[in-house]
Design a binder for this molecule. Structure first.
Ligand code: IDP
Ligand code: MG
Length: 151
């Protein structure tokens, strides 16, 4: 069993639309454990660092403008295969292609307003968690329901 941590963002469109609680609820209900959580304004330097892999692409400037346009809710989620599980819960990048039942399909229409972010690999997760959270902001805690979620 691979117990992982991943960075999750409720992007500005979802926060503005009042969907932050509902979106985080889906991940909690799935069995993922919150180990970090905060509302924050993303600055341009943070945005450019976070999205460094997309620098030079035609949508990069719009993406940075968007992610810095209003607050995000940043979270670190922990669980078995958390990285793949959260990506699957989010759905494909383009809401048009995302499967019904995923966050992006259920709440979104367009790629540039797709509500959520999640790390795509263990390397990205380690890198992105460090960008958004100080070690002291992550809480190691024992969840009493773990034995009903993990075999
Ligand atoms: P991901 O969020 O599913 O990992 P990435 O390819 O890493 O998708 O792209 C980061 C974000 O950039 C996407 O979530 C989406 O909001 C935006 N994006 C990606 N490709 C496009 C595009 O072609 N047009 C507009 N926005 C895009
Ligand atoms: Mg990505």
């Amino acid at each position: 069993m691979e117990r992982e941590r991943t960075l999750f963002l409720v992007k500005p469109d979802a926060v503005q639309r009042g969907l932050a609680g509902e979106i985080i609820k889906r991940l909690e209900s799935r069995g993922l454990k919150l180990v970090g959580l905060k509302l924050m304004q993303v600055t341009r330097p943070i945005a450019e660092k976070h999205y460094a892999e997309h620098k030079g692409k035609p949508f990069f400037e719009g993406l940075v403008q968007f992610i810095t346009s209003a607050p995000v809710v940043a979270a670190v989620l922990e669980g078995t295969n958390a990285i793949e599980i959260v990506r699957a819960t989010n759905g494909l990048t383009n809401p048009l292609k995302a499967a019904p039942g995923t966050i992006r399909a259920d709440f979104g229409l367009e790629m540039g307003r797709n509500l959520v972010h999640a790390s795509d690999s263990p390397t990205s997760a380690a890198r992105e968690i460090k960008i958004f959270f100080k070690p002291s902001e992550l809480v190691d805690w024992t969840r009493d329901s773990d034995r009903w979620i993990y075999e």
